[in-house]
Design a protein around this ligand. Sequence first.
Ligand code: DMJ
Length: 599
Amino acid sequence: MFSPKDLGKTDYISLNIHDSASFAKGTSRSLWRQWNQLSRFQRNILYFVIIIILLLIFYLLPGDTKKTILENESEYNNVEIAQETLKSDALAGAIPVDNVDGGGAGGGEVIEEPEFQPEINQVDHDQIGEPPQHKSTIIKFDGPQNARQKAVVAALKHSWGGYTEFAWGHDNVKPISKRYHEWFGLGLTIVDALDTLYIMGLNDEYAEARSWIEKNLVFTINRDVNLFEVTIRVLGGLLAAYHLSGDRLFLTKAIDLGDRMMPAFSTRSGVPFSDINLGTRNAHSPKWGPDSSTSEVTSIQLEFRDLSRSSNQPRFESAAAKVSEHVHQLEKYDGLVPIFINANTGRFREFATITLGARGDSYYEYLLKQWIQTGKTIDYLKDDYLMGIAGTQKHLLKRTAVNKYLFIAELVGPNKEIRPKMDHLTCYLGGTLALGAHHGLPKEHMDIANDLIKTCYQTYAIQPTFLAPEITYFNIQKSEDESQMDMYVKTNDAHNLLRPEFIESLYYLYYFTGNKTFQDWGWQIFQAFENYTKVENGYTSIGNVRNTQNTRPQDLTESFWFAETLKYLYLLFDDSRQLIDLDKWVFNSEGHPLPIYES
Ligand code: DMJ
């Protein structure tokens, strides 16, 4: 047993070791006595030593912990997003959450650690030449021409109003709590909305956005961002605004941003890391695992190519095109690709899911669109696209048991078992197939597009809110049950994030066919957004599309609501079908139109 004698110090002889409270009390009194006996000089020295120790501890903390501590002290951390919303977003190109599927080693792999040197602008303006010839020209837009377009513009203004009042300069507005959410710290909504404001002829709002970009959009922030998301939303948004308006401010910003993202490509395989710190230029794999998403690394090429063509700096296109060339060489499953790829080895993750939904979707989209962007001159892109669609037809196209609705299933696990599930994200494919058919690819693709569009429409129409859930499951085997349904939704998948994919497809289908049914379907869905997502200060994601009395508003407006959903609605209601000429422009994955080049 412990004996006071062991201490050999008279100070402790009176301690009662059986009473820990008294022990603590006695110790603190004794410390206090000693403290009071110190001179002011001695106390100052001790203060100094304590501060140095604290600084050292902080300096030695890992970067992420430091970031968390800093964020905890800012309003960033006060903004909470419902966990349910986050879960789906992480899988589907929206506000993310870490450890999406629990796999992989956390931490991310860092490739380089340059010293952090904030720079405002690295662009050599003299080096920016005139953009090479493309088929598009600067366009002036006249504003809404009919009642439906006017209603969409009113919706945009309502949403924009909430954003400007409560979230100006931040990434997203939380229209119910009247706060904001920060994701990358890049004023995401402003940049993503910019070309929509321009196309809708909202000159005042556009001028306001332009001015913010001129004065406040800087890329020196010491913060990790997702390469794909920033490419499609920010780089794509800036480039589209540059091409539509001819305003070189946007090109200057785009070059600075592109330059800062280039280190992401410095991997052994050339396949980029998913994350990049724009301030330090430090790139690494995601925190939740070792691999990049296949759709992400293959859906940055339209933007990087356009940046090169616009700036006369081939390095951007060269780095991004190498990724497509590399993926072209990899073995696939009848043209289909697993959803994860390792940036160092350059190989697909074995047995990863095959899907045209989250993490797979825009791989197929960008094969076709790159081919179109380069004047249909790069054959392997078309070939890989055709193989991907053929593989989809062979392995993934399924029909429901009762009404024979066509949908696109997924393949999971080593045995590639069919999972009869379709993300709302997959509804982009109807529009992409129609675009390909317009550009001379098989007419049969248009038939698939038409069938798929009908299924996607049903995912909206069968819900009491007339809004589709994030994910729908399908019954493929007929049962004895007379009341058997074709589709069902799991509770955790019943949310709607104001996503654009179905409206996007309706736009393409209407554009190429002139069939007004597609406009009417879009109008029905617009009404549903009005009825169930509109709030006093904008429009919000909702947690439940299955009950009109319990929609569970999530208090968040994603930037793609401005960039895509409202833009595609506005274009869908353009009776002239001439606002954007699809033989001169190709939309990136975030709804930003980029010019088509000769080669
Ligand atoms: C958008 O950010 C893009 O369309 C992306 O490709 C995936 N989906 C979201 C919108 O749903």
